[in-house]
Structure formats: structure tokens, C-alpha cells
Design a protein around this ligand. Sequence first.
Ligand SMILES: NC(=O)c1ccc[n+]([C@@H]2O[C@H](COP(=O)([O-])OP(=O)(O)OC[C@H]3O[C@@H](n4cnc5c(N)ncnc54)[C@H](OP(=O)(O)O)[C@@H]3O)[C@@H](O)[C@H]2O)c1
Length: 334
Amino acid sequence: MTYQSAPNRYQVQPYRRCGRSGLQLPSISLGLWHNFGDVDRHATARELLLGAFDRGITHLDLANNYGPPPGSAEQTMGRVLASDLHTHRDDLIISSKAGYDMQPGPYGKGGSRKYLVASLDQSLKRMGLEYVDIFYHHVPDPDTPLEETMGALDYIVRSGRALYVGVSNYPPELTRKAAALLRQLGTPLVIHQPRYSMLVRTIEDGLLDTLAEEGVGCIAFSPLAQGILTDRYLGGEVPADSRAARAAFLKPSDLTAAKLGAVRQLNALAAERGQTLAQMALAWVLRHQGMSSVLVGASRMAQLDDALGALKRPDFSPADLAAIDAALALQHAG
Ligand SMILES: NC(=O)c1ccc[n+]([C@@H]2O[C@H](COP(=O)([O-])OP(=O)(O)OC[C@H]3O[C@@H](n4cnc5c(N)ncnc54)[C@H](OP(=O)(O)O)[C@@H]3O)[C@@H](O)[C@H]2O)c1
């Protein structure tokens, strides 16, 4: 059936400015790290992409290595763009990245100009795009001069392959240096993509301040700690269709008794606020003024609808925040 986008899609959620740039992102964005590979059902992936678009989720985040196998999430994106979303290219913010292992040999990972430019060309081919909206260096590479990596990002924008550039997993000082180098080259650092959730709060120790000072936007990845901050594992079981059962990056051994104790306490606090745990976890990430968007994953549409519900109750009183901190302290108990 021919896809018709929902006419009210821009009324579903507020858009937030990305740092000091002109770019606006949806409060909730969708990542294609899991559930969009060749191993996954195409019909479900298509339903998620179109359902997301209908809910104002204009930003879809990819990387060269998402799948499995690596590259196949970009192919899935390309397939749905060709079949359904081709008339909406100008309504979409599509990002990709390179930095982690993509292919064997010296040109398949890192931060060299050679790898970044070639990898992006491959990504564009897989997605059938002329340009991506955002291109990231995925992870710092201590063996490549930062000048070379930032020079490659500048070249990527000037050559028309990307409209904006960002960095991911960069610590505060390196981010500051990257922003300065890019500024000198005339291509601003527009966005940073760090891991951030109630369970991983590293960015509160300097990165958020650095980004505010530099005027760089922030999009938090794994805000639900890959599903731990949802009702997925609350009962202490690992459902067969869950990420902890199926994927390599979340293991049942990550679900320690102390962590689940903290999560159950958080769940009770969320219920008092009239939210699901996932909704409270996302609203908590978005409470920072400098947070441009929150980047969720989903294996089914109900999870995206749950996520969007977070926007109905965004406020936290000092007492709410203190109760959340006290619940989080339980993960270190015992
Ligand atoms: N830059 C980087 O280095 C980096 C690293 C990681 C991720 N990312 C980006 O961030 C995106 C999001 O990461 P993530 O997938 O780890 O995010 P997440 O939102 O923390 O976890 C998503 C997973 O949690 C479960 N879930 C989500 N909503 C739920 C709900 N309402 N109820 C129950 N379970 C729910 C689902 O897993 P199941 O249903 O399968 O159990 C879902 O796939 C990625 O797709 C990628 O774009 C970037």
C-alpha cells in the first residue's frame, strides 16, 4: 500500500534547538543500532520507521556498522526511503557515523581522512542518499592527529556529503579541542552524541558544561540503558525476545540484583508521578536545557508510543530528583 504520512505529525512533540545552530531536532529521536539489520524482520523495521515519522520523529540515527551484519541497517533505511519515504527526504534528519571497526585492514576503523571519507561514501550508497544530515566521528582515535580527523569532517561538509558534523564518545577536553579546530576551519561542531541515562551519568562531570560553553548540541544515546530502565526485566526474568537475551552488548549478567533493586524503586517513583519507568527515565534525560534530543531504540511500535508519553510529564521537583538519586544509590548496595 502506498504510504501516506500523518498530516498532524509535527503536532506530536516539541522540537529542540541543537546547540547554537539552526538545526532543530525532535525531542525523541530513533536509533537503528538494533532491530534494523538483515537478521531482523523487514516488515517490523518498516513499520517502526514509518510509525516514527508519523509521530514527528524526523531524526533517524545510523552508523556504518549497524546491523548485523555491519551496513545492513543503512540498507534497510535505504529500502524504506526508496519504497515509502522518498518524497520526504527534506523532512528527515538522517545521521551516520564512522570510527569503530567496519572492515579489516588499516582503512576500516579509526579517525583517518581515508577511512572517514570512504566509509561515508559507502554509507551514502547503502542508503541511496546524496548526503547525510549529520556525520559523526564515532569514537576518539588516539593514533590519528585530531587535526586530520576534524579536517576530514570539514572536507565532508564542504564536499556536500554532510550538512552538519558531530562527535560521539569524546571526553570534555577533546571535545573542546575538536570544537576549536572545526571553528578555525569554518565548519562548526554542531552536536555531540554521548551515552547518558540514570545508570550512566558520566557526562554530568564536565561534558554538559563544555557543550553549553561551546554552543554544541547534545543527543543522549541508550537513555533507557538498553531496556534496563523499562519494565522489561523488572520481574527478574530475561524475556526470550529481549535485547539481553538476543544481543551481544547487554548480557543477563548486567542485570545484577542490586541494579534491579534500584530499578524497582525507580519504577515505584515513576508510578507515583503517573508515568511508566521508561517515560520517567526519558523525561529525566530531557530535563537538561542543553539536551537537544534523546535517542531511543525500539523493537516494536508500542515502545515508541511509550517513549513519546514521556513528554506529557517533563517536570521534576527537587524532591523528585532527590528520591531518584536515593533510588539510584541502591544499585551500589550490598
Ligand atoms: N554513538 C554511540 O557510540 C552509540 C552507542 C549505542 C547506541 N547509539 C545510538 O543510540 C540509539 C539508542 O540506543 P539503545 O537502543 O541502546 O537505546 P535505549 O533506548 O536505551 O534501549 C532501547 C531498547 O530498550 C528496549 N525498550 C525500549 N523502549 C522500551 C519500553 N517502552 N518498554 C520496554 N522495553 C523498551 C528495547 O529492547 P528490546 O525490546 O529488544 O528488549 C529497545 O530496543 C541506537 O540505536 C544508536 O542510534 C549510539
